[in-house]
Design a protein around this ligand. Structure first.
Ligand code: ZN
Ligand code: ZN
Length: 356
């Protein structure tokens, strides 16, 4: 599997006249070598693959990388002369690097390497666009943990609980159900705070009439889930109910139209048109969705300016929202995987408004 991934990377890079890659981001080190720390540099070429790491990680690296990658123990800081030696051994002349993730300090230390460095972040990242069967199983499991945790959470949420308490409880339940860690910091926005798309859970207590936006996810074998549900504490006012219904209609319609090889921009437009027709277009200021995998946000992206295509094996969230300052917000999000003849919606939690 690792060998195939590295060969695919080289297929792409060779089209640009590049004969090696210096992989330094945690996500791509994991994808191409299975090694789960970023205290390493991975060098990929047709003539070999080497992971350079220090004493603290060599046993772990050998176990995780298996036979596909040579693990080389180096001094604690990843020294450039050791990278030089590996690149020379492999005969690399033009070397792709991850300009999107490197610090200026690291980049400066690589300037003296005896290769031409070529910034290739988007091309390297796009190797992860199409998920294989193992990856899809991990994504399914990550979302099933999230569904189970949420089902238990809603039996515990009550008026007077703070947003922070809701987030803490949810994070705990995710761990109980098998999550390794969160995909991102849990978002809980109650009442007017729901209008903050990425609300940080705070001391505000849930009140009767609130809508509460809960956006969360967890990782399984490094793969991320991402789901949003908006629930009500008691009966919400007419405008909030109306907003909920519009967002739900936009979300369901987008799912109805979702199909393999459609343009991601077109999908965004399906949901956006519905929200705009209901005069809330200005209140939907973010894009409709994003891919997810080892990173919580990765290609493809469904936005008004996207040029991405939703090919089979790629992932996409469908997450329209309406946010009204001073009143509150609604977002409903599922995470989906495109297949040859349709898509799998990984989320199974109901989208009918849950009133606590
Ligand atoms: Zn989300
Ligand atoms: Zn999302």
């Amino acid at each position: 599997m690792l060998l195939k991934r590295c060969e695919r990377l080289m297929d792409i890079l060779e089209k640009h006249g590049i004969d090696g890659a210096l992989i330094t981001s945690k996500t791509n080190i994991r994808y191409f070598s299975n090694f789960t720390s970023d205290e390493a540099v991975l060098i990929v070429s047709r003539n070999g693959r080497s992971l350079l790491t220090d004493f603290r990680y060599t046993i772990q690296a050998k176990e995780q990388c298996g036979s596909a990658i040579d693990v080389i123990e180096v001094s604690r800081a990843i020294a450039t002369d050791e990278i030089t030696a590996a690149l020379t051994r492999m005969g690399v002349k033009r070397c792709a690097f991850e300009d999107g993730y490197l610090t200026v300090r690291a980049f400066n230390s690589y300037k003296d390497l005896p290769v031409e460095l070529v910034p290739m972040t988007p091309d390297i990242d796009r190797c992860r666009l199409v998920k294989d069967g193992y990856e899809i199983e991990c994504l399914k499991k990550a979302q099933s943990i999230a569904d189970a945790a949420f089902a238990e959470l809603i039996t515990k949420i009550h008026e007077g609980m703070t947003e922070k308490e809701v987030a803490n409880e949810l994070d705990y339940l995710l761990r109980v159900h098998g999550a390794e860690e969160n995909s991102f910091d849990t978002i809980v926005g109650s009442g007017p705070n729901g209008a903050l798309c990425h609300a940080t859970p705070g001391a505000r207590k849930l009140q009767k009439g609130d809508l509460v936006v809960i956006d969360f996810g967890c990782k399984y074998m490094g793969y991320c889930s991402d789901m949003t549900r908006t629930i009500a504490i008691g009966e919400p006012c007419d405008e909030l109910k109306r907003i909920y219904d519009i967002v739900l209609k936009a979300q369901l319609t987008a799912l109805d139209k979702l199909h393999p090889n459609m343009s991601a921009k077109e999908l965004d437009g399906v949901a956006r048109d519905i929200i705009t027709q209901e005069s809330y277009g200005e209140c939907f200021g973010h894009s409709l969705g994003h891919g997810f995998g080892l990173d919580i946000h990765e290609a493809p992206y469904a936005s008004t300016r996207s040029q991405d295509t939703l090919v089979p094996g790629s992932t996409i969230t469908v997450e329209p929202g309406i946010y009204v300052e001073g009143l509150g917000g609604v977002r409903i999000e599922d995470d989906c995987v495109l297949t040859e003849d349709g898509f799998i919606n990984l989320a199974s939690t109901t989208k009918q408004l849950i009133i606590i």
